[in-house]
Design a protein around this ligand. Structure first.
Ligand code: NAD
Length: 371
């Protein structure tokens, strides 16, 4: 198969769909890979590294979209990219179609086979192609939170780890899933005092075992959230209710009860945020202050560490990319129900039920199409 990797064109997106190592795996399997010039530069991956792994470097995105049988990307295709997709082509990337009617309609019109990273499932449960980004965002949260706690950033002036004789920061993590667990790992490593709230007892049991008493686990109720945010220097919001907007657990009236200069890092901002006062920010202006509380609400946190994120994403996508290239989309999707769950739009039909429901469009099960 001829596989193409265009340079990402979304604002401030520095990740790339394939690393040279992924290219090497594909060429080893007998496939040809074309990569747009400087596609990997934002992740510190120069063209020479791709060439050394067997890729052909091409000048423009048009060359990629015209020639490739499968396009592997990171972000959803923008309008100019959608206009270049065509029937017979497979697109493998993040799509997030439910809130995006224009993209959904355009992808239907292309006649292409569009497989979304975010709806691919795993036999162990969870969403394996979303997990690496939650890991990155979780691990980044104490780092950006520590910075926001500095005086110059408007914070309380508290060092996360404290020093002998002066106490460490109190870090409260709301939501003990993938992002929350990774945030806890780093916060503990930085010497903070960590409390995790979750509404799943199973999750709290697992965390308690995993961290062997180094975190306090608390069952999440409205009262518990109100009590713990009061004592926190740094709050990390990492809740997720699948398919729904994040619950507003930190209400506006809690802010005056909090420590002045405390920080909220709201990782859940991509689902609307778990504080009433959260609104999306960017890497160029990541924080703002409400009632003396510093809010960090960057919706694409992994973009700050594009190189790490590119490698983390490729580790997760590689087996699926290989299956699609080796078998072709039809057989790869027939053979693997988890990859099949990623099929969102197929040759003009919506094959992902939540996307069809969100836009009031007819839904056709992937199984029907693959018969
Ligand atoms: N901002 C970013 O750049 C970025 C990057 C990656 C992920 N995210 C977001 O981070 C959030 C967390 O993702 P995840 O992969 O860790 O999800 P996850 O499903 O692994 O974990 C979510 C946890 O929240 C808990 N929860 C749900 N309701 C709760 C409540 N009322 N109180 C306390 N806990 C509650 C669940 O029990 C679960 O353990 C998601 O919104 C995800 O989209 C954001």
């Amino acid at each position: 198969m001829l596989v193409g990797v265009p340079k990402e064109i979304k604002d401030n997106e520095f990740r790339v769909g394939m690393t040279p190592a992924t290219v090497a795996e594909l060429t080893h399997h007998g496939h040809a890979v074309i990569v747009e010039r400087s596609a990997g530069l934002g992740s510190g991956l120069p063209d020479e590294e791709y060439r050394a792994c067997g890729a052909e470097i091409v000048e423009t995105a048009q060359d990629i979209f015209r020639r490739a049988e499968m396009i592997v990307k990171v972000k959803e295709p923008l309008a100019v990219e959608r206009a270049m997709l065509r029937p017979g082509q497979t697109l493998f990337t993040y799509l997030h179609l439910a809130p995006d009617r224009a993209q959904t309609e355009d992808l239907i019109r292309t006649g292409a086979v569009c497989i979304a990273y975010e709806t691919v499932t795993a036999s162990t449960g969870g969403l394996p192609l979303l997990t690496p980004m939650s890991e990155v965002a979780g691990r980044l949260a104490p780092q950006v939170g520590a910075h926001a706690l500095e005086k110059a950033a408007g914070g309380r002036g508290v060092l996360l780890g404290g020093v002998p004789g002066a106490p460490p920061a109190e870090v409260v993590i709301i939501g003990g899933g993938v992002a929350g667990t990774n945030a806890a790992t780093i916060a503990i490593g930085m010497g903070a005092q960590v409390t995790i709230l979750d509404r799943s007892l199973e999750v709290l049991r697992k965390l308690s075992m995993q961290f062997d008493g180094r975190v306090q686990t608390i069952f999440s109720t409205r009262a518990a959230v109100a009590e713990f945010v009061k004592k926190a220097d740094l709050i990390i919001g990492a809740v997720l209710v699948p398919g729904a907007s994040a619950p507003k657990l930190i209400t506006r009236d809690m802010l005056p009860t909090m420590r002045p200069g405390a920080v909220i890092v709201d990782i859940a901002i991509d689902q609307g945020g778990c504080a009433e006062t959260s609104k999306p920010t960017t890497h160029s202006h990541p924080t703002y202050v409400v009632d003396g509380i510093v809010h960090y609400c960057v919706a694409n946190m992994p973009g700050a560490v594009a190189r790490t994120s590119t490698f983390a994403l490729n580790n997760a996508t590689l087996p699926f990319t290989l299956a699609l290239a080796d078998k072709g989309w039809r057989k790869a999707l027939k053979d693997d129900p988890h990859l099949r769950a990623g099929l969102n739009i197929c040759e003009g039909k919506v094959t992902c039920e939540p996307v069809a429901v969100a836009h009031g469009l007819p839904f056709i099960a992937a199984e029907t199409i693959l018969q």
